[in-house]
Each structure stands twice: as structure tokens, then as C-alpha cells.
Unconditional design. Structure first.
Length: 102
């Protein structure tokens, strides 16, 4: 609705999204780049026009990914992993002895 696309129902967009998801698994592409837009233009291009169908697929991708990816990425970057610790001189000496023993 934000694109003011006439003649395209929400159910058609949702169907195109399902086909697009299937297409990203089948078609050889880098993370589905180009496949999602191609599917939307193929399925909705005659009703909305190729440019608007392309935008529906592309903007839908970003609207979905930003709210899901950004918080997860921030959590990943800001977390403290208790298994990570600085190497000590004793650790380095142990690794050297193990390497020489081989």
C-alpha cells in the first residue's frame, strides 16, 4: 500500500513471496540476489508494472531483513564470550613443546 500499487492484492504479494522463497533455494545465486526481484516482476509485473513489482520484491526484502538482522548483529558484536581469554606465556610454551614433539 505504501507504493500505491493498484490492481495488486495482498494475497498476490504473499503468493509471490512464497514462490520467491522457493526460487532463492533453486536458482544459482548469491543469497537470492536478483531472483526475488525476477520472481516479483514475473508474477506481478503485468498488474503493477515492472518497476513497481521490482520495488515490491526489493523493499520487502529490506523491510524483512533490517528488523531481524540488525538486532541480532548488535547482540553478536556486543556479547562477551566466556570461552575467549587472552593467551598466557605458559600457553605459548605448551604449544611450542607440543609442536616440537611432533
Amino acid at each position: 500500500m505504501s507504493l500505491a500499487t493498484q490492481n495488486v492484492r495482498v494475497s498476490e504479494v504473499l503468493f509471490a513471496a512464497a514462490v520467491m522463497t522457493f526460487g532463492t533455494f533453486i536458482a544459482p545465486s548469491a543469497s537470492g540476489e536478483g531472483v526475488r526481484e525476477l520472481v516479483f516482476v514475473w508474477l506481478l509485473g503485468t498488474k503493477a508494472g515492472a518497476a513497481k513489482a521490482f520495488l515490491i520484491g526489493n523493499l520487502g526484502f529490506w523491510i524483512e531483513k533490517i528488523p531481524l538482522s540488525v538486532p541480532g548483529g548488535l547482540l553478536l558484536l556486543l556479547r562477551r564470550d566466556p570461552s575467549l581469554r587472552a593467551l598466557s606465556r605458559e600457553d605459548l610454551e605448551r604449544v611450542r613443546r607440543e609442536a616440537e614433539a611432533v
